[in-house]
Ligand binder design. Structure first.
Ligand SMILES: Nc1nc2c(ncn2[C@@H]2O[C@H](COP(=O)(O)OP(=O)(O)OP(=O)(O)O)[C@@H](O)[C@H]2O)c(=O)[nH]1
Ligand SMILES: [Mg+2]
Length: 308
């Protein structure tokens, strides 16, 4: 029997929230994380850029040698069987005291593809709950780059509790005429959604349950949507289900979703949204959270990560 369970709490003292960190790794990861920092609701998340110093950082910076990261990536030895490089030690020190890690990167280039799997491995070794949010190259990018991205993704997956995968190309399904820089901007807004929505509901108590709930899934795909009017919960869920990253809902076994309610009746909106999800995914196990955000006014919002 498919289960529907609630997680999170919307009325929790900040002290009781798990300690969260976000690492933006490589060029794409750094682009995404530097826009997160402007969001006041995320001020509890410790954010760092991780990269080689080929550009000026805007956030606290963990400077790594990409060759240290390459060597670590290419060695098959488990962490306990090899000495850590100076770059890895720096990352490891920062991860101490953290419970949840958001690992954000675009794969296909050297820095991100070598470093993201190593960050995930270090965090896994410290038993963190790891939510990796990974952008995959456009289909028009060089095949070697795309192949490297796929390999690195498999490595990130090994150590992550949730691997949210975002193919840049899918965005062009929504708007085929978007120029590349604009496409990145829109993608980056979408990749930020799970962080923004989970951040204010996740509690320490949720972590072991979510770890178990998410295990056994390969990748998670994102859907997000807004709804207005009397059945706004339902409309928001329907829009989320139309996401180009979800393809069709066939075969999804695990859905993690947060319903955000503006000024309306939150519980009712959530029930409508859940019914809509349940209709299209009758066999999926669903965990859902609810948050209030008056900034969205009379709308409801549904963000979901669906795993197969
Ligand atoms: N969504 C998104 N994807 C991006 C962005 N910038 C780059 N990408 C994608 O991420 C892939 C990796 O690019 P970068 O992150 O710039 O590469 P890097 O990790 O810095 O690697 P090197 O520069 O080769 O050391 C690219 O092939 C693009 O598909 C961005 O701002 N947003
Ligand atoms: Mg780069």
């Amino acid at each position: 029997m498919a289960s529907t369970k609630r997680f999170g709490s919307e009325s929790l003292e900040p002290k009781k929230r798990p300690r969260m960190m976000a690492l933006g790794v490589g060029g794409a990861g750094r682009n995404i994380i530097t826009t997160l920092v402007e969001d006041q609701t995320l001020s509890n998340i410790n954010m760092f850029e991780v990269g080689s110093s080929d550009r000026l950082p805007k956030l606290p910076f963990i400077e790594v040698s990409k060759y240290h990261m390459r060597d670590a990536y290419e060695t098959a030895a488990p962490l306990s069987m090899r000495p850590l490089s100076h770059s890895e030690e720096k990352i490891k020190r920062r991860l101490e005291q953290t419970e949840i890690l958001y690992l954000i990167s675009g794969l296909g280039g050297e820095t991100g593809s070598w470093s993201a799997p190593i960050c995930a491995q270090l965090a896994d070794d410290m038993n963190l709950f790891i939510i990796s949010l990974i952008a995959m190259p456009f289909e028009t990018e060089n095949e070697n780059r795309r192949k490297f991205a796929r390999e690195a993704k498999t490595e990130v997956k090994k150590y992550s509790d949730i691997l949210g995968c975002f193919s840049n190309s899918k965005l062009l399904k929504l708007n085929p005429h978007l120029p590349m820089t604009k496409a990145f901007e829109v993608m980056n807004t979408i990749i930020r959604l799970p962080i923004q929505d989970f951040n204010t509901v996740l509690t320490k108590e949720d972590v072991p349950y979510l770890k178990k709930f998410c295990s056994g899934n390969d990748v998670f795909h994102i859907g997000a949507g807004y709804g207005k009017g009397r059945e706004r919960g339902r409309y928001a869920a329907r829009e989320a289900l139309r996401s180009p990253w979800l393809e069709d809902m066939h075969g999804y076994s695990t859905i993690l979703t947060v319903v955000t309610s503006g000024t309306g009746s939150a519980e009712m909106e959530a029930q409508d949204a859940l019914e809509t999800l349940r209709d299209v995914a009758p066999d999926a196990d669903i965990m859902w959270g609810l948050r209030k955000d008056p900034d969205i006014g009379d709308r409801a919002k549904v963000t979901m990560l669906a795993g197969k």
